[in-house]
Ligand binder design. Structure first.
Ligand SMILES: NC(=O)CC[C@H](N)C(=O)O
Length: 394
């Protein structure tokens, strides 16, 4: 019996050798899902064929790509990606499995996934389950075995557009009709759909500082960064007014990242105007940055292609240094209007395309960045921005 067990262990090793990078972890059986055909249809009529992954079904959203080489679970759960179909340029998705703590919100927020290799065979001691199990539990539709290099070049040249993935409807005409019903991202207000429904607290109630967080789709790592700096956070639903937040008597206000079009959020723009009028310290990240610009009369625009990845070079023009940053945005702040503004000044610029990466309001303790100093995933170069904000609270 023992000999037979040993034999089957070695046979298993030989058979599965190419499916796992570690021989010390249990090897998961190859799934049959890879044999089911799936289709990705883009708004411009381009069709990509692949195989089904995750839940068998149909999903729609704006197609976007992220060039990060790691951190897929943080990307899946980032609320800013709500209603977007993610294409990963990293060819291997799933190979280190899924861990319940490596999330930026309580559920998967991307509308669907397009990748090259979607592997249920993971290899990591800290993993709780495979990506396939995770996607089934979270009801996420994905397509793999797609030529993602060709797809990304196509989107890069043609610009942002909607797409539909299906592993249940394979008729292009029918898919085209379903896709035509999907609204464009421009003009969409989505924060109220992902924001908390009720306020909650994060951190230590005895902490030195109190910050009111306007949750437009906040990532958990922003709250962790506050907690690590002796800041107690009260997180408010997206449509909370300045007056309601002020009742808690916070030392400062934070305007979070989030999905959708900033120009479609008059309620948040109004809240930020009131915080500025009250001369309170304010820090905004990504969507929060765009809302700060709007509150100062500067418009935002939909980019041809957004910035989504972990290696975007940004120059801090005040400190004269460069940061490698984590990014995820499809809208930007109008550069000409910022330069003409007598209310705000530029603090950070993107070294790839000179887009506006950071602003501060003249004469006020208020600033914001377009990128993600909390990273998760990504480099930690820009964490000093949290320190700068905390210094303003004193
Ligand atoms: N990460 C974010 O906050 C994204 C902001 C906005 N929805 C955009 O796509 O530009």
């Amino acid at each position: 019996m023992a000999i037979r067990g040993l034999c089957s262990f070695f046979v298993n090793l030989l058979v599965n050798e190419t499916k796992s990078t570690s021989i010390f972890l249990p090897l998961q059986p190859m799934s049959t899902f890879e044999k089911i055909p799936a289709i990705l249809l883009l708004e411009d009529g381009t069709v990509y064929h692949g195989t089904a992954a995750g839940k068998i079904g149909t999903t729609t959203g704006e197609i976007c790509f992220n060039t990060g080489m790691t951190g897929y679970q943080e990307i899946f759960t980032d609320p800013s990606y709500y209603r977007q179909i993610m294409v990963t340029t990293n060819a291997h998705i799933g190979n280190y499995g899924v861990n319940s703590e490596e999330v930026e919100s309580e559920s998967v927020k991307i509308a669907g996934l397009v990748c090259k290799n979607f592997t249920a065979n993971y290899s990591r001691m800290m993993a709780d389950e495979s990506i396939q199990e995770y996607y089934l539990n979270e009801s996420v539709v994905a397509i793999s075995n797609v030529d993602t290099r060709a797809l990304v070049r196509h989107i890069r040249d043609k610009g942002a557009m909607n797409g539909i993935i299906s592993s249940e409807v394979l008729d292009i005409d029918q898919l085209r009709k379903m896709l035509a019903e999907v609204p464009s991202m421009a003009g969409l207000e989505l924060s109220s759909e992902v924001s908390t429904k009720k306020h909650y607290f994060y951190g230590n109630p005895e902490a030195k500082y109190k910050v009111a967080v306007l949750d437009l789709g906040v990532k958990k790592n922003i709250l962790r960064n506050f907690d690590n700096r002796d800041v107690y956070a009260k997180v408010f639903p997206a449509k909370t007014t300045f007056k309601e937040m002020q009742e808690w008597n916070p030392d400062g206000y934070f305007i979070s990242n989030g999905p959708g079009d900033p120009s479609a959020m008059p309620y948040a723009i109004e809240t930020v105007k009131e915080i500025l009028a009250a001369d309170k310290p304010l820090f905004g990240i990504c969507l929060g940055h765009q809302i700060l610009a709007e509150a100062n009369g500067i418009s935002t625009y939909k980019m041809h292609n957004g910035h989504r990845g972990l290696n975007h070079p940004v120059k801090n023009i005040i400190k004269n240094h460069c940061e490698v940053t984590s990014q995820n945005h499809g809208f930007g702040v109008n550069p000409d209007e910022v330069r003409k503004s007598d209310k705000v000044e530029i603090t950070h610029l993107n070294l790839n395309d000179q887009t506006i990466e950071g602003i501060r309001v003249k004469g006020k303790k208020a600033f914001s960045v377009q990128y993600h100093p909390e990273s998760s995933p990504g480099p930690h170069d820009s964490r000093y921005l949290f320190d700068d904000f905390v210094a303003m609270l004193a």
